[in-house]
Ligand binder design. Structure first.
Ligand code: GDP
Length: 313
């Protein structure tokens, strides 16, 4: 048996997680998901990255909109607005069922890990999906306008304020989810894959947990990341903007620097092939391939490249 641990954020990372689920036997794949974006809204526990990952793995995600569930309707949102309720965070009718059910299960004593596994099973997902921790970790974006809670920055302010630093409140004392720790200690672990998620908003909260950082430093297994930049730009979201604001080059080498010295290999897009030597100069290996994942075939192809690189190590 050769196990794979994938570290995943939301929509971008989930595309590769779905590809990995196509090429790695389901019992061998553990997808650990960021919970730094989680928050409570209208009395409901919202876990945006877990839900994006579950929907993508189950094929229930909306590809056009880029987030949430497909075939979504918005009656709840319309009625909420008519009642004078907050509409800044959009909850579709189908999506709402996930949050309401998670809230009910949590209220009856189930942990976030249990609920996530129940949801995954109900959605027909074969691999294991777990939150990075059952303890609360909250990403705070320190901006030129002061500190902002994640959703205030991301949805409320549409990522407009300039980022000065990131804080991951609770990460230092959070207990790493036990299945992740088991995987990291397993002699069968063949690779840790960092999916093409935002390094600061999605992967940063995970690496801020000492147990995960230490395990990666010890070299439990090769760490292979896929760059979320294509042609020096993010496919979607503020990754490149944040890199500029933090004075990092918006290049593959800039992404490598986010994960060094933990990183063994960075997979970069063919359009960034000229940056390969810069990545090597940072001290890790580089693989050049097409990394845009518009459909299942592309996701599976990229996942195969990643797994071939692991096998060749
Ligand atoms: P979020 O929390 O929903 O924003 O999702 P993530 O943090 O997981 O993903 C955001 C990142 O995914 C952005 O930096 C995008 O550039 C990247 N991304 C989205 N789609 C793709 C893709 O098809 N290929 C690659 N390489 N990156 C992608």
């Amino acid at each position: 048996m050769s196990r794979v641990l994938a570290l995943c954020g939301g929509v971008g990372g989930a595309k590769l997680a779905a590809g990995l689920a196509d090429v790695v036997p389901s019992g061998d794949l553990l997808v650990a998901v960021n919970t730094g974006d989680d928050f409570e809204h209208l009395g409901l526990p919202i876990c945006p990255d877990i839900d994006s990952t579950l929907y993508a793995l189950a094929g229930l995600n909306d590809v056009q909109r880029g987030w949430g569930r497909c075939d979504e309707t918005w009656n709840f949102m319309t009625c909420l607005g008519e009642l004078g309720g907050p509409t800044w965070f959009r909850l579709g009718d189908r999506d709402l069922a996930t949050h309401v059910w998670r809230g009910a299960r949590r209220a009856s004593g189930a942990s976030n890990t249990q609920v996530t596994q129940e949801l995954a099973t109900a959605m027909g997902i074969g691999c294991q999906v777990v939150p990075m921790s059952d303890d609360p970790v909250r990403t705070v974006v320190v901006t030129d306008e002061g500190p902002l809670a994640f959703q205030e920055y991301f949805v409320g302010r549409q990522c407009q304020p300039a980022v000065r630093a990131l804080e991951y409140h609770g990460a230092e004392s959070a207990t790493l989810q036990p299945q992740i720790l088991d995987a990291l200690r397993s002699p069968d672990l063949s690779a840790i894959v960092i999916c093409p998620s935002n390094p600061w908003l999605s992967i940063g909260p995970m690496l801020a947990m000492p147990a995960l950082r230490k395990a990666l430093q010890k070299g439990s297994a090769p760490v292979i990341a896929v760059s979320p930049l294509i042609g020096g730009r993010a496919v979607k979201g503020p990754t490149a903007k944040i890199m500029r604001e933090l004075n990092l080059p918006t290049t593959a080498a800039g992404i490598a620097r986010c994960y060094l010295p933990l990183l063994s290999t960075l997979v970069i897009d063919s359009s960034d092939a000229a940056q390969r030597d810069d990545v090597l100069a940072e001290g890790c290996d580089a693989i050049v391939t097409d990394t845009l994942m518009p459909d299942r075939a592309a996701r599976r192809r990229l996942a195969t490249v990643v797994m071939d690189a692991v096998a060749g190590d």
